[in-house]
Design a protein around this ligand. Structure first.
Ligand code: CA
Length: 236
């Protein structure tokens, strides 16, 4: 996530600074803007990975910005997370209809904001990849439609099915989709469960151990990257 760029459009200075502070601490490059017009210009110039958009803004409001972003070729892939007051519930529904990815209500806990930002960025990264029905990686074939994983088991091309649990299947899929990319445990938790912060690091470790056991001689396909997480490698 480090170095990902985020534009924060928020007219209340206290809130904008709070958001900036917490996102910068996570390694994001953050640009704060206080009104809608400049917000739109800044987004078009910077083409950030994500926009945090306050709904009620002077000038162009958050909904209008969202609509504009989705209408323009250059900006339509950018993640949009709306920040709203509780009274703006109806607008939120409208905003999601206009293509916002998610929303968070004021007052929010900084930790929750950070988690929502990270998962919005990841979801979009994954959504943009070519959907493929069968993922082939070395000796493995992961069938995403049948939720079935098979592994080469003999010299004549025999295959055996790996009996993976639903979570193990998701984890293996996440890792195998991007060979070489290191995933930390938090990412694996989020992407395999679709939400953040519930499972524990050691639960992920236990799942990985179990997958490796089932991989048997091919256990080296999943590498441990010390003090970071795991990665899939095609050269065990
Ligand atoms: Ca506002």
């Amino acid at each position: 996530m480090k170095g990902k760029k985020i534009v924060v459009v928020e007219d209340e200075e206290d809130i904008r600074e709070l958001i900036e502070y917490h996102l910068q601490r996570e390694g994001f490059a953050v640009i704060g803007v206080e009104d809608g017009e400049r917000g739109l210009l800044t987004i078009e110039r910077e083409l950030p990975d994500l926009v945090l958009l306050d709904l009620m803004l002077p000038g162009i409001d958050g909904l209008e910005i969202c609509r504009e972003l989705r209408n323009r070729e250059k900006t339509k892939h950018i993640s949009v997370l709306m920040v709203t007051a509780k009274t703006e519930e109806a607008d939120v529904v409208l905003g999601l209809g206009l293509g916002a990815d998610d929303y968070i209500q004021k007052p929010f806990r900084p930790r929750e904001l950070v988690a929502r930002v990270k998962s919005a960025i990841r979801r979009r990264e994954f959504a943009e990849e070519e959907p493929s029905k069968v993922l082939k990686r070395g000796p493995l074939e992961i069938d995403l439609v049948k939720h079935r994983t098979t592994m080469l088991s003999g010299p004549d091309g025999e295959r055996e099915e790996l009996k993976l649990t639903a979570t193990e299947f998701e984890l293996l899929h996440v890792l195998a989709r991007r060979p070489g990319r290191v995933f930390d445990r938090e990412e694996l938790m989020e992407m395999s469960r679709g939400e953040s912060g519930v499972a524990l690091d050691r639960v992920i470790d236990a799942h990985i151990r179990s997958i490796r056991k089932k991989l048997g001689e091919q256990r080296g396909l999943i590498e441990t990257v010390r003090s970071v997480g795991y990665r899939f490698t095609e050269r065990p």
